[in-house]
Design a protein around this ligand. Structure first.
Ligand SMILES: [Zn+2]
Length: 266
């Protein structure tokens, strides 16, 4: 049986880890899986994202759903370098073991660090890509079928949202970069593949399209926070007459540029 692992970056979730767990578990439940196991692959568990400092995240999800594989951390972090040097590459054996054991419990593994995407600006790459490569090579050598894909996985699909006139205008002219939604749609939106096409309908019956990513949660001191879909930034201005075909091409390129596609051990 093939085993799927997710890679993931917690960028933007540091102040909303309880909501993150709510979203992740809802997405997996909707797909028929039990809550996933998180594997922390940071060399150092520090930073500004308070929900991920030290044992904070382990304490939230519980010991059974958390492992720190510090050996898979990037040693360049310690020396201030920008390259990737995995502390102990052989530790991917442990990562595969964790994924196989989790599969036996109908769970999947999400291994993570802080970086927003596997591919960053310019030539910079997150060490998750190196872990993926090492893991797939190891899986191949032991004859195990493994797939690694950036959370929440899947291929871009399509969804629909109704919005008010003001939000519609903001989305169409590119000023608004988020689409608030109701909690009841969380199971669907938490697992929405990166660069999916959102058909936006206004109260007046106008419609348009934007590319979106999976659910996020906005926190603030002045309100309780809200769920939203992030609208993907592009280097082109959003054109309301853009065809869905052009958007589908844009989605493919966006996923490639950010390193979001599935990789397999075969
Ligand atoms: Zn990283």
């Amino acid at each position: 049986m093939a085993v799927t692992l997710f890679s993931w970056g917690y960028w933007g979730w540091g102040n909303a880890t309880d909501r993150l767990i709510e979203a992740v578990d809802a997405a997996e439940q909707a797909r028929g899986f039990d809550p996933p196991v998180f594997v922390d692959t940071r060399l150092r568990r520090q930073g500004r994202a308070k929900g991920f400092v030290g044992d904070a995240f382990r304490d939230l999800v519980g010991e059974l759903r958390y492992r720190h594989l510090q050996e898979l951390g990037n040693e360049e972090i310690a020396t201030g370098g920008t390259g990737v040097r995995i502390k102990n590459p052989a530790a991917v054996v442990k990562l595969l073991e964790l994924a196989v054991n989790a599969a036996g419990e109908n769970r999947r593994v999400i291994f993570y660090c802080a970086c927003e995407f596997p591919k960053l600006h310019g030539d910079l790459a997150c060490h998750r890509l190196t872990i993926t490569e090492l893991l797939l090579n190891h899986a191949k050598s032991v004859g195990k079928a493994v797939t690694v894909i950036e959370w929440p996985g899947g291929q871009p699909n399509q969804t629909r949202l109704k919005v008010d006139r003001k939000l519609f205008a903001g989305l169409m002219n590119g000023a608004r970069k988020s689409i608030p939604f109701n909690r009841e749609r969380l199971p669907e939106f938490a697992g929405l593949p990166w660069a999916s096409l959102a058909v936006i309908e206004s109260e007046e019956g106008a419609s348009g399209h934007v590319l979106v990513g999976p659910a996020r949660f906005a926190t603030s001191k002045s309100h309780d926070g809200y769920w939203y879909l992030p609208v993907l930034g592009t280097d082109e201005s959003i054109d309301s007459v853009v065809t869905t075909e052009a958007l589908t091409k844009r989605a493919e390129r966006w996923r490639l540029d950010h390193g979001l596609n599935a990789q397999e051990s075969r």
